[in-house]
Design a protein around this ligand. Structure first.
Ligand SMILES: [Zn+2]
Length: 220
């Protein structure tokens, strides 16, 4: 068990607790929570709060037609495609269980070389068409200044990566959030390779009736 220093933004924990994240986003939050005691506790609290709100909702004033219009919008949204059944879970020193079901054992990941010192494995799940991916960086690799095509969450699973803007170090369990407003370079620490899970995230838009009601109730 690690104790993470950098966590996903609170709204992702809330949306996860309310069942409002896409599958790819939920993989990252669940994997972080498996490594982070405080976020695991927070998700439990948020789940309890969402459940309490939900049970209180029938007594709350609701404008006529809100439920019907919400349900109509949900009906118009594309349904998620059925998932293939996950393989039986096994223990893995590197990959927490929520991630393992998508990758298989860490020593059998079919890495593909992307650049000098960088390998990639795309998980069989995507967010808005962008695959969720694991990346492995060789020791000491320097990732030159770059921006992002949208909001991204990056969860470090091994080794360390330093954001050169502020010298912040991200290690096992830590999550970095960057979007198109961020320009930065990253240096991989030189003591061991770094493996990270990267998820392109949608602008947070609660999915599903329960999640929408909870977010609406909170005024988010
Ligand atoms: Zn955390």
């Amino acid at each position: 068990m690690t104790s993470a220093v950098h966590h996903p933004p609170e709204e992702y924990l809330l949306s996860y607790a309310a069942g409002g994240l896409s599958e790819g986003e939920a993989v990252l939050v669940a994997t972080h929570a498996a490594l982070c005691r405080s976020c695991r506790k927070r998700v439990g609290e948020l789940e309890a709060m969402a459940g309490a709100l939900l049970s209180a909702l029938p007594a709350a004033p609701v404008s006529p037609g809100l439920l019907q219009s919400t349900l109509a919008r949900l009906d118009a949204e594309p349904r998620p495609t059925p998932k293939t059944p996950p393989p039986p879970p096994v223990e893995d020193a590197l990959l927490p269980r929520p991630l393992l079901r998508y990758t298989g054992p860490s020593d059998r990941i079919p890495w593909k070389k992307a650049l000098s010192g960088v390998w990639v494995y795309e998980l069989p799940v995507a967010v808005e068409g962008v695959p969720v991916r694991l990346r492995r960086f060789a020791k000491g690799v320097h990732i030159p200044p770059h921006t992002h095509g949208g909001a991204e969450l990056e969860l470090v699973l091994s080794g360390g990566a330093k954001d050169d803007r502020d010298g912040r170090l991200y290690e096992r369990g830590d999550v970095a959030y960057n979007d198109e407003n961020d320009v930065h370079s990253v240096t991989i620490e030189d003591d061991e390779p770094c493996i990270a899970l990267g998820v392109h995230v949608a602008r947070l838009k609660p999915r599903g009736l329960w999640s929408r009601l909870v977010f609406g109730y909170l005024g988010w």
